[in-house]
Design a protein around this ligand. Structure first.
Ligand SMILES: *Cc1c(COP(=O)(O)O)cnc(C)c1O
Length: 361
């Protein structure tokens, strides 16, 4: 059986270092906001090439605290893609703001910049874009719109650690880059974790307070904050794994290349071009008989996944929140997409096996 994901196998190369680091933290006895969090924040900021990194409890919180830091008026609108993972939209809802969905480009699966302008109103406060599947959005037209309409930009980088657009790394285009270190992400912890990247000193200090009950000095609360802290144990693991992030991405890119070269053209593959350095958090193909294809692969001992089976506007949780129902591109993607094995533990041989089975479909 070729699994879709196996986190034990993904983390196996790090076991010895993790065990030693965990033992150190355990003995030291300082578990929340200590040296390890500070160290990881510095390392990740420098990896991204940004001034500040603030460790938080999850990717969802990284998005939520970024929105809170912007301090938008209560009825503000936030523009976001219609085919994202629900967490992106939930952060907007939890911040008390209104999500306005924009259809993706059917080839890149990222928000279609040419469809954004028609959704901008005088209530629009920010764009919350998502670099889906590990591919950066087309940033030139997006940055142009932000300048033209004076909009803030939050990048959901939960799937794009290390992805680049025209040589520039994702998370550095907007006021905020929001990262998740959920265990399956390209940079994954052994539990929930996240971070906000920003170049602004002011936003840095606001988010540091927001994550810690609104306080800089213990028991002095300046603003009504949250409990959303990255813990020392996860930060230690993340420092260890960060050293291998480029290697993890390179491995996924190598496997993607095999798919690109050997998979027959009956399947719609992702697009590639020189402006984008893609890190393949997900490698998806599309096919009209997706469900049949998934079943066929499973019969041949190959597990796959679907990102995602139900589009946000059709989720029960979004009834009454997303009232617009006209997202045919999103629906088409959700009905036809299939995610193929492309994890750090997969070998080239695994991928060749997947391809030979696929090519016989
Ligand atoms: C994983 C993910 C999130 C949420 O991250 P968590 O750490 O699970 O809260 C947000 N947006 C996208 C696009 C994701 O893939």
């Amino acid at each position: 059986m070729i699994e879709y994901e196996n986190l034990g196998k993904v983390n196996q190369p790090f076991f010895e270092e993790y065990k030693k680091d965990f033992a150190d933290t355990l003995e030291k006895g300082w578990y929340i906001l200590g040296d390890r969090v500070k160290k990881f924040e510095n390392e990740f900021a420098s990896y991204i090439g940004a001034k500040h990194c603030i460790g938080v409890a999850s990717g969802l919180d990284a998005l939520l605290l970024s929105l809170k830091a912007l301090n938008p008026k209560v009825d503000s609108e936030i523009i976001t893609p219609s085919n994202t993972y629900i967490a992106t939209i939930l952060s907007i809802v939890q911040a008390g703001l209104k999500p306005i969905l924009v259809e993706p480009d059917i080839r890149s699966y990222n928000i279609d910049p040419s469809r954004i302008e028609e959704k901008i109103t005088n209530k629009t406060k920010a764009l919350m874009i998502v670099h889906l599947y590990g591919r950066s959005c087309d940033m030139d037209p997006i940055m142009e719109l932000c300048r033209k309409y004076n909009l803030s930009l939050i990048e959901d980088c939960a799937q794009s650690h290390g992805a680049k657009y025209k040589g520039r790394i994702s998370g550095t285009f907007g006021e905020f880059g929001a990262f998740s270190f959920y265990p399956t992400k390209n940079l994954g912890a052994l539990g929930d974790a996240g971070a906000v990247i920003t170049n602004s000193d002011e936003f840095n200090s606001i988010i540091r307070r927001l994550r810690n009950y609104g306080s800089d000095i213990k028991y002095y609360n300046e603003i009504a904050g949250y409990n959303s802290r990255l813990d020392e144990i996860q930060a230690g693991f993340l420092s260890i794994k960060l050293k291998k992030l480029d290697e993890i991405n390179a491995h996924k890119r190598k496997l993607a290349n095999i798919y690109f070269h050997e998979l027959k053209n009956d399947f719609i593959k992702p697009i590639q071009d020189d402006d984008h350095f893609d890190v393949y958090h997900v490698f998806n193909i599309r096919h009209e008989q997706r469900d049949k294809l998934k079943e066929y692969l499973l019969k041949n001992e190959i597990k796959t996944d679907i990102h995602y089976p139900i589009p946000p506007h059709k989720q029960k949780a979004m009834s009454g929140i997303i009232t617009d129902n006209n997202f045919p591109i999103s629906e088409e993607i959700h009905e036809t997409t299939l995610s193929l094995p492309i994890s750090y533990f997969h070998t080239e041989k695994d991928i060749h096996k997947v391809i030979s089975v696929l090519n016989r479909f």
